[in-house]
Design a protein around this ligand. Structure first.
Ligand code: PMV
Length: 359
């Protein structure tokens, strides 16, 4: 009989948390100890494109990342594949002679090819875009009926922060209460048009892969930090409410204060871990100092004139969120003046974001 191949391609950007997720209450299901809020980048920057295919001629599940074959044996990949296969539906395409009954999916094998439009080892969140894209494209291939929130609960089991990349705009990952994780999922707070004057710029201070993975870092923090419980129980719940309000009202000064202080506290609980975890380096500290000073001097002129927010993930690279294109252009000029790229780094690998704002 003629052998067929059925394929789906999807593209997913990464997301940057403005109220951070740090700490799990269940490591296998990836259930967090607090809610988090992120903004999804536009699809031109830091995104993953994934093509998934199925054919009776494939004899095993296989995956390639940036053209190189990688193992699918890890528990997290396996959890995602198992959860998706369990929800697969009938697929029929008469023209191509494809007819798959839902029970057939258990025996059919998949080939998955994934590309990042940025260096995977750049110390930037690649797993969020990758796992979200994998789950979304497989869900389309297998005709799942679940909505994006329900899919986010599957992506979460691949990589926690991936669940927030199922939506654009501003997204909240609700930690949930259930032990089985069924209510730990992402919801969209506002779509990408709601606050589209914001401009995100990332300065790649170091392209080295981080030394402490988020998995082991979180585990050590939860086990040894005295501050983390206070953060999860007392600080984040209040900030989540305030951040949702700031986003709804497009209140940039409140948004910036919350994003910067939450990033600071995330790095503080990392420092409070034993042995301590240092994700930021000297350049990151000088950058956030500079940004703080500029924000302060703006604030002294008028109380409502904060122009830039910063946030640092589990690495030394500054993610800056400018209030609009005009301030983003100024910020970029100052950044390049005060922190010029190393002589062997070109502008494209140093600055991620829309550089046309400089024109
Ligand atoms: O989802 P992971 O395991 O890559 O952890 C992400 C943790 C942070 O990026 C530091 C914070 C966040 O909420 O994305």
């Amino acid at each position: 009989p003629a052998k067929w191949v059925s394929m789906v391609t999807a593209r997913t950007p990464t997301n940057i948390a403005v109220i951070k997720y740090w700490g799990k209450r269940d490591e296998t299901l990836i259930l967090p100890i607090n809610d988090s809020i992120s903004v999804t980048l536009d699809p031109n920057h830091l995104c993953t494109t994934t093509t998934v295919s199925v054919s009776p001629s494939f004899d095993q599940d296989r995956m390639w990342l940036n053209g190189k074959e990688i193992s699918l044996q890890g528990g997290r990949f396996q959890s995602c594949l198992r959860e998706i296969r369990a929800r697969a539906q009938d697929v029929e395409d008469e023209k191509k002679g494809i007819k798959i009954k839902k029970e057939d999916w258990q025996n059919l094998h998949l080939h998955i090819a994934s590309y990042n439009n940025f260096p995977t080892a750049a110390g930037l969140a690649s797993s969020a875009a990758g796992l979200a894209c994998l789950v979304f494209s497989l869900a389309k291939l297998m005709n799942l009926k679940e909505d994006n929130s329900q899919l986010s609960a599957i992506a979460r089991q691949g990589s926690g922060s991936a669940c927030r990349s199922l939506y654009g705009g501003f997204v909240k990952w609700i930690m949930g209460k259930e032990d089985n994780g069924s209510d730990s999922l992402a919801v969209q707070l506002a779509d990408e048009k709601h606050w589209d004057e914001l401009v995100i710029i990332i300065a790649v201070v170091s392209a080295r892969q981080k030394e402490t993975s988020s998995t082991s870092g979180m585990r050590d923090t939860v086990e040894t930090s005295a501050l983390i419980q206070h953060r999860a129980k007392e600080v984040v719940p209040k900030r989540i409410i305030q951040m949702e309000d700031a986003i709804q009202k497009r209140d940039f000064p409140s948004f910036a204060r919350l994003a910067c202080t939450d990033s600071n506290q995330f790095h503080a609980v990392c420092l409070d871990t034993y042995p301590p975890i240092f994700y930021m380096n000297d350049t990151s500290h000088r950058q956030d100092n500079q940004l703080c000073r500029e924000m302060e001097s703006c604030r002294r002129n008028t109380s409502d004139n904060v122009q830039v927010a910063y946030t640092f993930d589990a690495g030394p690279n500054a993610v800056m969120i400018a209030r609009n294109r005009k301030t983003a252009a100024l910020l970029l000029q100052r950044l390049l003046y005060n922190f010029p790229p190393q002589s062997d780094t070109d502008l494209d690998s140093y600055i991620i974001g829309d550089k046309s704002i400089l024109q």
